[in-house]
Design a protein around this ligand. Structure first.
Ligand code: GLN
Length: 390
């Protein structure tokens, strides 16, 4: 045992040098982790201490280089069950101290091996605390990771980072969404049909609906209203997804049609931002966003505080302390983040529609917000009953 751990440690020591270059010129040096090469993206930090497999495979992280604030990453290896989508989506991964030996009963291989297998460039041995403080101070920013032969003179690397597109204005959901519609069958007796617009949907979301008796028709991001209503939905769902909601006119137009038809509607994360826009609110980029699994949110409709999973860099700009009049009637901010008062949920008062900015489906947990799927189910139930009575 001792020999093999030493063996791995000395291999790591031999890993190619790597460098992380931030667009403001700050540079961190470390060792290659995962694939050797180069990658570009927006540097963001996530404070989750567990759930790296779910984070890396969340399509909302496309074009982002994720910094793990938890110092040890990879301890439980990589399994065949916890992926949130068909692949790793992060553009790059920055860690301090990768596990020397992965250990878990479900683990099939190490995280390092999986990053290599999927050609994801990472960097280890980074002072992620200093890096996170820098990103908190200056805000999320463009970055590049270079290892092995990709390392060149610093001014050249910096110029290449500065030539990359910004996250603000980026339209990315079509890149990650399914091309073909598919159905996730209800578990047990089927009670409802939902059309779920895939803007980067995580696998756990249709699963959470299916276990409540919902048959979920996952549709491509470019689905038309005709395609949505062809499945005869009791409700329509808009998923999470990468990029700037200000660059998502297609989904906003589709959601507007759904609101016009007064179909029960639920949105998560990107879906909350799309609802914000459809109601006429603006969206804006947060300085360094919310990413992690211990964010306190208050449900203002009940007063309860829940601990929740977040992954968002943008937010809806809606008034917190008054009911807004919109073209779809009265709207209130139903949820708020207690760290910084960011809007975390919207609730329409005159028709059956609501959304949250965070992740009630969170795998790896926490599960405090799972009640929101029940809220969607009872919304559909009420509308169905009213329809039968009419
Ligand atoms: N997880 C998400 O859906 C993220 C939404 C959006 N891309 C943001 O960063 O705010």
């Amino acid at each position: 045992m001792t020999t093999s751990i030493q063996g791995i440690a000395s291999q790591r020591h031999k890993a190619a040098p790597a460098v992380l270059v931030l667009e403001d010129g700050r540079i961190f040096r470390g060792r290659a982790y995962g694939a050797v090469g180069e990658t570009f993206g927006e540097a963001v930090f996530s404070t989750g201490m567990t759930g790296y497999q779910e984070t890396l495979t969340d399509p909302s992280y496309a074009h982002q280089i994720v910094v793990a604030t938890a110092p040890q990453i990879g301890n439980t290896g990589w399994n065949d069950e916890d992926d949130e989508s068909g692949r790793i989506w992060v553009a790059g991964y920055v860690v301090r101290d990768p596990a020397r030996a992965a250990s878990n009963w479900r683990s099939k291989r190490s995280l390092d091996e999986e990053l290599v297998r999927q050609n994801v460039v990472g960097i280890s041995g980074i002072d992620t605390r200093a890096l996170t403080r820098h990103l908190r101070e200056r805000g999320s920013m463009r970055a590049g990771v270079f290892s092995g032969e990709a390392i060149a003179a610093e001014p050249e690397l910096l110029a290449r980072v500065q030539a990359q597109p910004h996250m603000k204005g980026a339209s990315l959901y079509e890149e990650v969404a399914t091309r073909e519609a598919y159905v996730v069958p209800a578990v047990g007796e089927k009670r409802f049909t939902v059309a779920a617009i895939d803007l980067g949907i995580k696998g756990m979301t249709p699963h959470r609906m299916a276990e409540r008796g919902i048959e979920v028709h996952v549709l491509p991001a470019t689905a038309t209203a005709e395609e949505v209503y062809a499945v005869n939905p009791d409700g329509v769902f808009f998923s999470n997804g990468p990029g700037d909601p200000a660059a998502a006119d297609g989904p906003v137009a589709l959601m507007t049609e759904v609101l016009e038809r007064r179909t029960p509607l639920f949105g998560i994360c990107f879906g909350n931002q799309i609802l914000g826009r459809a109601l006429g609110f603006g969206t804006y980029k947060l300085k360094y966003g919310h990413r992690g699994i211990n964010q306190p949110v208050q449900d203002r409709t009940t007063g309860k505080v829940e601990v929740t999973a977040h992954n968002h860099g943008f937010a809806v700009d809606a008034p917190l302390d008054k009911v807004s009049e919109t073209r779809f009637g009265r709207v209130e901010v139903s949820h708020v983040c207690l760290n910084d008062n960011v809007v975390e949920g919207l609730q329409l008062l005159d028709q059956p529609a609501f959304s949250v900015q965070y992740h009630p489906e969170a795998a790896a947990g926490p599960h405090d917000a799972a009640y929101l799927f029940d809220r969607f189910t009872s919304l559909m139930n009420t509308v169905l009953m009213e329809g039968q009575r009419a």
